[in-house]
Design a protein around this ligand. Structure first.
Ligand SMILES: NC(=O)c1ccc[n+]([C@@H]2O[C@H](COP(=O)([O-])OP(=O)(O)OC[C@H]3O[C@@H](n4cnc5c(N)ncnc54)[C@H](O)[C@@H]3O)[C@@H](O)[C@H]2O)c1
Length: 439
């Protein structure tokens, strides 16, 4: 099948590559000429495990190509995916739909026959109808508009795409449904369902799924905060909750709140969708508030420990990406922590296994970038763990003690056991678990 993917970001690049991997002829388009230039030069502009290998193979075998020329990419494509960004708009509520609308116009003016236009971007209810209208205004050729939200997780995107839990397809045409089922059939041989529904329900499904995941995160973070105050241990409480099959263990890890390009904006978007039809989605408003506070909790602990005397101190930060196995720092909790420390007059040394280049764009020369995690804590007053990269789980604790000015660790991801940290001689502040003081 000849496929065009408009928008070559985390979603478009992964989707395009995986469709090529199943034998389709895929062209990925982006308006960002630098991004396409890097891809044409054999470079992968994002860090996503396993992606580079798949891109190289499919480019070599002639099934995957990259261009900035939308017209040539759309011509003769039977399916055109819109996978452009839908960032939060400046007013903080509804997503900015400019890029989706432009992509629809571009497809409309370039298509030269029947085309299935697929919204893969996360878009509010009503977008399929809006895209249909734009296409009707810009082409005389027949088309169908499909809503096919993406559920991949950065860091595990390839696996999620090749083996999805489900595929959601919102359609109003039998023909388009059959084309989409055919396209996805190689990925659901394990028995995952392809759920065919109307466009509006498919659009809502994506927001509802992300909202419920965000609810779980803010819930467990609030319980963790309560545990700290009443002397309970979230590690035990989590086991106690999660063993109930109605609840499950997933997404019950306390931490520094959710970040990334999806949950924060999608939560705000569903609040906006409700507001637009006269409903107050107070649950999701609370989830958003809790999350914003949680992102600042580690700084609160740091300030309390040092009695507010932070000016002139040095902090080492391990982890900048909003989660492990990605270089994505959009809405990452590390940003608020670093900004708070800088505003308090601290020197900040940062390390992340993959997000250092992205971090330079965020912090410029206001922090010190350390190639090794241990370099970040040399002479530091304390270590702050912000992202739970696997390589941080078994560090050389003796070396850490030698390097730190004092053995103090603020752990926003509960990487280590408080009891072990005490016996190793650390003062240790986890989330929702008893903190311990070095003897
Ligand atoms: N990142 C994720 O994990 C994830 C998961 C599921 C869904 N989504 C959703 O998928 C969508 C894309 O997210 P992303 O993270 O891939 O975004 P991204 O910012 O990484 O990539 C978007 C790309 O679209 C390009 N673009 C914008 N307008 C264009 C146009 N008219 N023509 C061609 N290219 C254009 C941009 O230059 C950019 O490269 C969003 O709606 C997001 O909410 C993201």
């Amino acid at each position: 099948m000849k496929i065009c993917v408009i928008g070559t970001g985390y979603v478009g690049l992964v989707a395009g590559t995986c469709f090529a991997e199943s034998g389709n002829d895929v062209t990925c388009v982006d308006i960002d000429a630098a991004k396409i230039g890097r891809l044409l030069a054999g470079e992968v502009p994002i860090y996503e495990p396993g992606l580079e290998e798949l891109i190289v193979r499919n480019v070599e075998e002639g099934r995957l190509s990259f261009t900035t020329d939308v017209e040539s990419a759309v011509k003769s494509a039977i399916v055109c995916f819109i996978a452009v960004g839908t960032p939060q708009s400046a007013d903080g509520g509804a997503p900015d739909m400019r890029y989706v609308h432009q992509a629809a116009r571009d497809i409309g003016s370039a298509m030269d026959g029947y085309c299935v236009v697929v919204n893969k971007s996360t878009v509010p209810v009503g977008t399929a109808a809006a895209v249909r209208k734009i296409l009707a205004e810009s082409t005389k050729h027949p088309f169908d508009v499909v809503s096919n939200p993406e559920f991949l997780k950065e860091g595990a995107a390839i696996d999620d795409f090749l083996k999805p839990d489900r595929v959601v397809i919102g359609v109003s045409s039998e023909k388009a449904a059959e084309i989409m089922k055919d396209l996805y059939s190689p990925f659901v041989r394990g028995g995952s369902p392809i759920l065919v529904m109307d466009n509006a329900s498919a659009e809502m499904t994506k927001y509802a799924a992300n909202s419920l995941l965000a609810v779980k995160i803010s819930f467990i973070n609030e319980i963790a905060n309560l545990c700290e105050k009443v002397g309970a241990d979230i590690a035990h409480v989590r086991q106690g909750i999660g063993s109930d099959r109605r609840l499950g263990m997933h997404f019950l890890y306390p931490g520094l709140g959710y970040g990334g390009s999806c949950f924060p904006k999608d939560v705000r978007a569903i609040i906006d969708t409700a507001e637009a039809v006269g409903l107050e989605f107070s649950l999701m408003r609370a989830v958003d508030d809790v999350n914003n506070l949680q992102k600042r909790r580690l700084f609160g602990k740091v300030r309390e420990y040092f009695d507010g005397n932070l000016a002139g101190r040095t902090f080492g930060i391990w982890g900048l990406a909003f989660k492990p196995r990605t270089d994505d720092m959009r809405e990452a909790p590390a940003i608020g922590l670093v900004e708070d420390l800088l505003a308090a007059g601290c020197k900040v040394n940062v390390h992340d296994p993959e997000a250092m280049e992205v971090a330079r764009g965020e912090f410029g020369d206001r922090v010190s970038y350390c190639a090794k995690n241990y370099d970040a804590i040399a002479g530091a007053d304390a270590l702050c763990v912000v992202t739970e990269w696997n390589e941080f789980r078994h560090p050389d604790f003796d070396r850490m003690k030698q390097l730190l000015k004092a053995p103090v660790v603020f752990d926003g991801r509960n990487l280590w056991e408080p009891r072990d940290m005490k016996s190793k001689g650390f003062t240790y502040f986890p989330i929702g678990r008893p903190s311990v003081k070095a003897a």
